[in-house]
Ligand binder design. Structure first.
Ligand code: ATP
Ligand code: MG
Length: 253
């Protein structure tokens, strides 16, 4: 049965989508059955995985709002991951669900149907703490918090932790924070090194993953080419962090 992780941080551009995709591919590479769930109307994960979000007939929106069977919507790519895709339609789901019964549990319902088919389900969430993120937290077992190594990113993390505590109290008592994943780390800058230290002290009660993802332009390049970062010709040191994290997740399953 799948363990469900959500990659969340309401701060934009901290590496949620990049981490979801590359971690997913790294898990698939070591033999895990992986489903990625795009819960961001920007459809970035869907794009990275090789699909044109606006060309898709059915997306997670249909599962959430129209009760479409998720198996009719799941697509897969050559890198071994399955994907429940999203596009801009998802942005209206939040309004359409506002009066729906159990509106915070729509994603849970979808995941419960699929849980037995996978070892890992990774949810990419949007940079907000709205209903969709709440749904993701209600459905997940664990949260991975990507934090880019800059001060504003650290500052935003507290608000997410408050929402996690709220969801844990009201909707999902199983929910735990798996860890904080430092991303876009530049060891040459003093600021980057200071932020790593700050993460250790600010979140001493949480697990700080030792697999720091180094900054590299290869992440943006590989996303544009729609290939996992492991497929770039030159080995990317930051990519190794995702391989190590994948091994950790399997070991601790
Ligand atoms: N380790 C890294 N080094 C350098 N650039 C990176 C790294 N990881 C991700 N990026 C780039 O940073 C940008 C933002 O990353 P990404 O889209 O994964 O963040 P996000 O948190 O999902 O953003 P949003 O909040 O908008 O959903 C992208 O262009 C991505 O290619
Ligand atoms: Mg994203």
């Amino acid at each position: 049965m799948a363990t469900v992780f959500v990659l969340a941080n309401q701060k934009g551009g901290v590496g949620k989508t990049t981490s979801t995709y590359n971690l997913g591919v790294a898990l698939a590479d070591i033999g895990q059955r992986v489903l990625l769930l795009d819960l961001d109307p920007q459809g970035g994960l869907t794009y990275c995985a090789g699909f044109e979000p606006e060309d898709l007939g059915k997306t997670i929106y249909h599962c959430l709002v129209r009760n479409t069977n998720p198996r009719e919507v799941i697509v897969s790519n050559e890198y071994g991951v399955h994907l429940l895709p999203a596009n801009i339609d998802l942005s209206i789901a939040e309004f359409q669900l506002i009066n729906a019964p159990a509106r915070e549990r729509r994603v849970t319902r979808i995941i419960n149907e699929l849980r037995d088919d996978y070892d890992f389900i990774l949810i990419d969430s949007q940079p907000s703490l709205g209903l969709l993120t709440m749904n993701a937290l209600a459905a997940a077992d664990q949260v991975i918090i990507p934090v880019s190594c800059e001060y504003l990113s650290v500052r935003g993390t507290r608000a997410l932790l408050k929402l996690v505590a709220k969801v844990k109290g009201q909707l999902n008592s199983r929910l735990t924070v798996a860890g904080i994943l430092p991303t876009m780390f530049d060891s040459r800058t003093l600021h980057g090194r200071e932020i790593l230290k700050l993460l250790e002290t600010e979140f001493a009660d949480l697990h700080l993953y030792p697999h720091t993802v180094a900054r590299s332009i290869r992440f943006a390049e590989s996303a544009a080419q729609r290939i996992p970062v492991f497929e770039t010709k030159i080995q990317v040191p930051g990519a190794l962090a995702y391989r190590e994290l994948a091994r950790d997740l399997v070991k601790n399953k």
